[in-house]
Ligand binder design. Structure first.
Ligand SMILES: [Zn+2]
Length: 231
């Protein structure tokens, strides 16, 4: 601030004439304080770009986490015969006629992963579908390519997105989604559908869904799932 010697009005730095009376300001009266405040202003003026960058990086962290895909399978995958076993069980389920009884079906996660590994992942047009079966809950992970992949020399380059839902069988055919994530970013409850919907859309469009949807009870144990089907 620069005080007018004529009327005493405080004028902002950079003015030559007083804002009130128009008298020429005496720049020789600038105090050290005035100059310090000038220095502070210029620090912000020269560093605002850095501050913007820091803000952008902070805002990009969740996006980076989201795109840092979890592309590892949740459990091991079985063999071709495991794939066929799951296929034939699901076909039996979908063709079950009224009055026909079907014993409980047990699948291990390796069997289900074998079922997804080749045929289903191709049919779903995804990079990977993998399940992990645990005591009382199960997790489904689906990895899709967002960009690419392109072959660069002997490397595959691209951007992958992983979606994950952890569900708890609630008795009968009811299943509740408890946790969801995109990449390494856990989704808050109201955003669970961001991960759930794309997985469910692929599942429902699958020819084998009819079999799975006839389950009247699903129980989950470590490494295996037990499905009861009532006609
Ligand atoms: Zn003045």
């Amino acid at each position: 601030m620069l005080t007018c010697s004529k009327c005493g009005t405080e004028n902002p730095l950079g003015r030559v004439f007083c804002t009130k009376c128009g008298a020429k300001l005496d720049l020789g009266r600038l105090t050290k304080q005035d100059l310090d405040s000038q220095v502070k202003v210029s620090w912000l003026a020269t560093h605002w770009k850095n501050l913007v960058w820091i803000l952008v990086i902070i805002l990009l962290i969740p996006v980076g986490l989201a795109f840092w895909a979890r592309s590892q399978p949740l459990a091991g995958s079985g063999q071709k015969q495991d794939e066929r076993y799951v296929e034939s069980c699901l076909k039996q389920m979908m063709n079950l006629k009224p009055g026909q009884i079907m014993p409980n079906v047990q699948f291990t996660d390796a069997q289900i992963n074998a079922f997804f590994a080749e045929g289903r992942a191709n049919a779903w047009k995804v990079d990977m579908v993998s399940v992990g079966l645990y005591q009382g809950y199960f997790t489904v992970r689906m990895v899709t390519s967002v960009l690419g992949p392109w072959k660069v020399k002997s490397y595959e380059v691209g951007l992958k997105l992983s979606r994950e839902i952890t569900s708890v069988p609630m008795g009968g055919p009811r299943i509740e989604v408890r946790k969801a994530a995109i990449g390494h970013l856990p989704l808050p409850k109201p955003m669970v559908s961001l991960a759930l919907k794309p997985i469910l859309a692929k599942a429902v469009a699958d020819e084998y869904w009819k079999g799975i949807s006839r389950a009247s009870e699903i129980k989950c144990e470590s490494g295996r799932i037990i499905v009861t089907v009532k006609p």
